[in-house]
Design a protein around this ligand. Structure first.
Ligand code: APR
Ligand code: PHB
Length: 393
C-alpha cells in the first residue's frame, strides 16, 4: 500500500512523539512508525528529571496539565560524601530556575494521549522499517504492518528511533563521524514502592562506589548504585541492593534509608556518543539516534527535547516560508548544546564514580573537586546552571 505524509517519523519515544505534536500545532502532517507496542513504550522505565526549559516548552504547547498537577518542583540537590550532605541551591544560584521530577514514561503517556486525541497517526508494532531516497526530494519509509507491506512517501524523514534504530545506519558511508566513549562503570537502577527518604535528589560519592537517590512520587522511589558495566543482575538480590545503598548513602548524623518492595530493576552501561552531522539530505536525526549522554547529569530527555524544538522550527519555516535556512543550520544549532551537555555529564560522572583501577590519586582529585564545588559559590553556580539547563540559544 502506498501512502503519503509530509514528515515521516521513525520512533515513538519522546523525540518522535513531541516532534509530531509540535508539527501538528502548525498544521503539518506526520506519521509515526514504532517497532514496539503502545504498552511497552508507555511502561519503559527511564529517567525523570526535567529541566526548566523542557517544562516551559511542554506547558506552552499544551502538554502541561498532568505535569503541573503531579510533577514535583525541586529547588536543590544534595552532594553527599565523607558522611555529610552538601546542598546545591539550584534556584538561588540560577535566578529562580528549577528542575521538575516527572518520569519520562509520564511524558510519553501524555504525548501519546494528546496525539491520539488530535487524530494523529502512530503505527505501533511495525516491522522492518527501511529508508530510501534520503538524498532525493521524496524519501520513502517502507515497513510491514500485520501481513501487509507499506510505502510511505514523505517530504522529510525524522530519525527518532534511539541509539539502536535504523535511521542513522541509512546514511551513506563516509557522511557521519561518530564520537564514542565507554565509561568503566554501569548503573543498577531500581524502582521501589517506598516513600522517598529525602525531599531532594542525593548524589553520593563513596569508597564503594556512587549511589543516587531519586524519586517519582511521594510513594515511589528511584535509586541507583554504581556497578561494573558487565555486571550480572542475578548477583544482586533485593536485600543486597538495599544494603549497598544504605552503606553508600550513610551519614554521620544517623540518616536512614527507608526500604520497600522493588518493582523493577535493571543495569545500564554508561556511555557518551555523538554523530556529526545530525542530518543527511532529507533525513534529520534527533534524540538518542544522534547522541547518548551518561545518566549522571539527567540530560538525555532534555537534550532530545532541544533537538526536536529546533527541528520543528526548521520544518515550520520550510513549510510556511519556503526557507531552508534553519534546516541547513539544524545540526550546528543542536550540536553546540549536545557538546556542552556531554561535557557537563562527563564532569558529573568523573567526579562521582569510583574507578576500580584507582591507586588513590583519582580519589584524591575527586574529593578536592567535590570540596570545591560545595564550598565555592562560583563552582556551585556553574554546576547549578548546567543542571537546571542553560537557556536555549
Ligand atoms: N523502527 C521503528 N521504531 C524503532 C526502531 C525501528 N527500527 N528502532 C527503534 N525504534 C523505537 C524504539 O522502540 C523507541 O520507542 O524508537 C524509539 C526511540 O525512543 P527512545 O529510545 O526513547 O529515544 P528518544 O525518543 O530519542 O528519547 C531520548 O529518551 O531514551 C531516552 O535516554 C533517552 O532520555 C533520553 C530520551
Ligand atoms: C532518575 O530519576 O531516574 C534520575 C535522576 C537523576 C539522574 C539520573 C536519573 O542523574
Amino acid at each position: 500500500m502506498n501512502k503519503k505524509t509530509q514528515v515521516g517519523i521513525v520512533g515513538a519515544g519522546p523525540s518522535g512523539l513531541l516532534l509530531s505534536h509540535l508539527l501538528h500545532l502548525e498544521g503539518i502532517d506526520s506519521v509515526v512508525l514504532e517497532a514496539r507496542s503502545r504498552k511497552y513504550v508507555e511502561e519503559r522505565v527511564r529517567a525523570g528529571v526535567l529541566e526548566q526549559g523542557t517544562v516551559d516548552l511542554l506547558c506552552e504547547t499544551g502538554l502541561g496539565d498532568r505535569l503541573q498537577r503531579e510533577g514535583l518542583v525541586h529547588h536543590g540537590i544534595e552532594l553527599r560524601f565523607d558522611g555529610r550532605g552538601h546542598r546545591i541551591a539550584l534556584s538561588d544560584l540560577t535566578s529562580g530556575r528549577s528542575i521538575w521530577i516527572y518520569g519520562q514514561r509520564e511524558v510519553v503517556k501524555d504525548l501519546i494521549d494528546t496525539r491520539l486525541a488530535a487524530n494523529g497517526t502512530i503505527h505501533f508494532e511495525v516491522d522492518d522499517v527501511s529508508l530510501t531516497g534520503i538524498d532525493s526530494s521524496s524519501p520513502v519509509l517502507s515497513y510491514h504492518r500485520g501481513s501487509q507491506d507499506h510505502n510511505l512517501d514523505c517530504d522529510f524523514i525524522a530519525g527518532c528511533d534511539g541509539f539502536h534504530g535504523v535511521s542513522r545506519d541509512s546514511i551513506p558511508a563516509g557522511v557521519l563521524r561518530a564520537y564514542h566513549h565507554i565509561y568503566p562503570f554501569g548503573w543498577l537502577g531500581i524502582l521501589a514502592s517506598v516513600a522517598p527518604s529525602t525531599e531532594e535528589l542525593i548524589y553520593a560519592y563513596h569508597d564503594r562506589g556512587f549511589a543516587l537517590h531519586s524519586l517519582r512520587s511521594p510513594e515511589i522511589s528511584r535509586l541507583y548504585i554504581q556497578v561494573e558495566p558487565d555486571e550480572d543482575i542475578n548477583n544482586w538480590p533485593d536485600d543486597r541492593i538495599w544494603e549497598e545503598l544504605s552503606v553508600r548513602m550513610a551519614t554521620d548524623d544517623g540518616w536512614t534509608l527507608k526500604i520497600g518492595p522493588i518493582l523493577e530493576k535493571g543495569i545500564t552501561p554508561m556511555r557518551s556518543f555523538v554523530v556529526e552531522p545530525m542530518q543527511s539530505g532529507r533525513l534529520f536525526l534527533a534524540g538518542d539516534a544522534a547522541h547518548i549522554v551518561p545518566a549522571t547529569g539527567a540530560k538525555g530527555l532534555n537534550l532530545a527535547v532541544h533537538d526536536v524544538h529546533n527541528l520543528a522550527n526548521a520544518l515550520i519555516a520550510w513549510y510556511r516560508k519556503g526557507s531552508d535556512e534553519l534546516l541547513k543550520q539544524y545540526s550546528t544549532n543542536c550540536l553546540d548544546r549536545v557538546w556542552r551537555v556531554q561535557d557537563f555529564s562527563s564532569f558529573m560522572s568523573l567526579m562521582l564514580h569510583r574507578y576500580s583501577d584507582d591507586d588513590g590519586f583519582k580519589g584524591r582529585l575527586q574529593r578536592a573537586q567535590l570540596g570545591y564545588v560545595c564550598s565555592s559559590e562560583a563552582a556551585s553556580r556553574s554546576l547549578a546552571e548546567n543542571y537546571v539547563g542553560l537557556p536555549y540559544a
